[in-house]
Design a binder for this molecule. Structure first.
Ligand code: ATP
Length: 284
């Protein structure tokens, strides 16, 4: 990856929360390619949220604490950027849409962020239309926010980030409050934004089957360090993941039961069916 292709870089990054005895992140080295879709997973307390907060400036600006090393966005150290400068490049979506969606109706919710960023009023209408249609909720424009489903609210939260036209979207467990259908809707939207608009997407998620279906790259954190980093297929094939208590796609878990087979590890249902057929053929 060339320097021009790298949109985010962690360089020997270590972080310790105030009054904490141990580092939440230890010596993290990570380069994220512009336009990629990267998933982060790992057990509770592994440092996933802390890593995202180190990109959007919450660390160190709000949390304080002790920082070692650097995080760079487009080659600039986060510590040298103001929060508004960071927020123009990095859009953040939280796990709970109830906490993030704060206005009474959909239009106000989108206008709120744009007004805060001083977007020219003549541009607002077009940005609103584009963001709503990008997340597939143009038909909800006239609705009050309290009448939206969880999945619709989360897509509105993504639209509210998009009106600022960020190059990077970071999402911390965006489907934790959603049912399976709502979760799939959100990931479909993220995939489309990544492919059609080239937005770099970084998402933490426990639902690894969803991550596997969308991500180019999966990073597994454990105790503040990167344990595994590769394509979803490479990561799920690694037996170390089984010791972490991280949920892996069920078809992959099944395949791990058949040891020493020289067949690619399945991560989707279709690949699982193919895997079983190959297995049956070999046993005949
Ligand atoms: N505000 C804080 N003050 C002190 N320690 C914190 C704070 N926030 C998180 N930590 C600690 O930092 C470590 C990493 O936490 P973090 O929330 O980043 O993990 P995570 O992988 O996102 O976990 P989860 O999946 O449970 O959300 C944990 O040991 C956690 O207890």
């Amino acid at each position: 990856m060339t320097a021009a292709e790298t949109i985010i870089q962690f360089e020997q990054f270590t972080y310790c929360y105030p009054n904490s005895q141990h580092s939440a992140l230890n010596n993290v080295e990570l380069k994220i390619k512009k336009g990629s879709f990267v998933g982060f997973t790992g057990p509770a307390g592994a440092g996933k949220t802390t890593l995202l907060k180190s990109i959007n400036g919450i660390i160190p600006y709000f949390e304080g604490g002790a920082v070692g090393g650097s995080v760079y966005i487009k080659g600039r150290p986060v510590r040298d950027m103001s929060l508004p400068q960071i927020s123009r490049v990095v859009g953040t979506v939280l796990d709970d849409p109830e906490a993030q969606v704060i206005c009474l109706d959909v239009e106000q919710e989108l206008a709120f962020g744009m007004e805060n960023f001083g977007i020219d009023p003549s541009e607002m209408e077009q940005r609103m239309v584009t963001a709503l249609s990008s997340v597939g909720i143009a038909h909800l424009r006239g609705r009050s926010t309290h009448s939206l489903s969880g999945g619709e609210k989360q897509r509105l939260a993504i639209a509210a980030a998009l009106v600022i036209q960020p190059e990077i979207l970071i999402l911390d467990e965006p489907t934790s409050e959603l049912d399976p259908l709502g979760s799939e809707e959100v990931f479909k939207v993220l995939r489309r934004l990544n492919i059609e608009q080239g937005i770099t997407v970084l998402v933490t998620e426990q639902k690894t089957d969803l991550l596997a279906s969308c991500c180019h790259r999966l990073v597994v954190l454990n105790q503040g360090s990167i344990l595994l980093d590769g394509s979803p297929g490479e990561v799920f094939k690694d037996k170390n993941i089984l010791q972490l208590g991280v949920a892996i796609p069920q078809v992959t878990e099944l395949a791990h039961q058949f040891d020493n087979l020289d067949i690619d590890m399945p991560i989707t249902l279709e690949e699982g069916v193919q895997y079983c057929q190959t297995l049956l053929n070999q046993r005949r």
